[in-house]
Design a protein around this ligand. Structure first.
Ligand SMILES: NC(=O)c1ccc[n+]([C@@H]2O[C@H](COP(=O)([O-])OP(=O)(O)OC[C@H]3O[C@@H](n4cnc5c(N)ncnc54)[C@H](OP(=O)(O)O)[C@@H]3O)[C@@H](O)[C@H]2O)c1
Length: 324
């Protein structure tokens, strides 16, 4: 079978198409004939910096839709040939991938295999950011970094549907700002946002800020909070050194900082992930959110997809077509 792997860390050019053995599912796993694979920013972090890469060579890819090829020992409730979508621990840039049965989901009624590949990472992540971790209440205000991206476009829609009074986004360019406005954002700031947020909120700040960028952006997001506001850190796209927050920034203004990782949830509490995914997928089925696929590449063009996302010119969700 074909797989796209990297044998060293580096730019998109380190992604190589190779012939690999078809993997056999171990106990509690299934193998999937992949139809489509979603491209995530975490794949670029894996390729460039070794983010969650246990060893080299490594086949990236955290989500795939397709048909179950084989069941490992002890797997119940799934069947060979069934159409599913799955969160994986890497390995989805391939004709066949493995997944823990606990993170394999039947495709919701009315969803096709292509759309199904967009569901596993960004939708539950966005749902957790807005609801479970961010605890957004009707009438509150929200600030979202990377508003035009995969997670960002879903967060905007979910926050608006949850009754947010105003949803503010931050992006790196004007074209992305126009795009984000189609997905729930009331106002989108390009680049610097601290003063703009204060002006938009009459100096009060926002109730909830969501930051996947880290570094200075994380600190500016913290400074943009209203009294008793919440900041959720869920990534470090800027690859800045680790941030730290101390007592002076927190209790005097009553703000709090939380974190979220869907991969850690999948590993440590798969039951909670399934419950989260169920609630989140329902939002796509009932039309509350749409998951815009803006670019589709063949599996062998994975490096092109990485170039597009890595140059910060992508919007919405990118897919690799494998067998689909
Ligand atoms: N914790 C979790 O569970 C979880 C799950 C999924 C994703 N994430 C994180 O959420 C973010 C979005 O992921 P995605 O897969 O949906 O990707 P994406 O948003 O479609 O694309 C990457 C995003 O990162 C921003 N970006 C790229 N390079 C950057 C840089 N050097 N500095 C600042 N921002 C940069 C871009 O926004 P602008 O160019 O507009 O700034 C773009 O929106 C990533 O940081 C990812 O790691 C976290």
């Amino acid at each position: 079978m074909r797989a796209v792997e990297f044998q060293e860390y580096g730019g998109p050019e380190v992604l190589k198409v190779v012939e690999a053995e078809v993997p056999e599912p171990g106990p509690g796993q299934v193998s999937i004939d992949v139809a489509y694979t979603g491209v995530n920013f975490a794949d670029l972090k894996a390729r460039g910096e070794g983010y969650r890469v246990p060893h080299l060579p490594f086949v990236p890819g955290l989500e795939a839709s397709g048909r179950i090829r084989a069941l490992g020992e002890g797997v119940e409730g799934l069947a060979v040939g069934q159409e599913v979508t799955a969160l994986t621990e890497g390995g989805a840039y391939a004709d066949v991938t493995l997944a823990s049965a606990e993170t394999v989901f039947p495709i919701p009624t009315g969803v096709d295999l292509r759309t199904a590949a967009t569901l596993p990472t960004v939708l539950p992540t966005a749902y957790a950011l807005v609801h479970s971790v961010g605890r957004l209440q009707p009438g509150e205000t929200v600030l979202v970094q990377g508003a035009a991206g995969g997670v960002g476009t879903v967060v905007g829609q979910l926050a608006k549907a949850a009754g947010a009074r105003a949803v503010y986004g931050v992006v790196s360019g004007e074209a992305k700002a126009a795009y984000a406005r189609e997905y729930g954002y009331d106002e989108v700031f390009v680049g610097e946002f601290g003063e703009a947020v204060r002006a938009a909120t009459d100096g009060r700040g926002v109730d909830l800020a969501l930051d996947p960028v880290g570094g200075d952006t994380f600190r500016a997001s913290l400074a943009s909070l209203a009294p008793f506001g919440r900041l959720v850190s869920f990534g470090n796209a800027s690859s800045a050194p680790a941030w730290s927050v101390g007592q002076p920034e927190l209790y005097p203004s009553g703000v709090s900082v939380a974190g979220f990782s869907i991969l850690t949830l999948a590993k440590t509490a798969p039951g909670a992930l399934r419950a989260l995914a169920g609630r989140a997928f329902a939002k796509a089925v009932d039309g509350t959110v749409s998951l815009p696929v803006t670019a589709e590449f063949g599996l062998e063009e994975a490096a092109e997809a990485h170039r597009l996302m890595g140059t910060r010119t992508s919007t919405g969700k990118l897919l690799l077509r494998v067998g689909g």
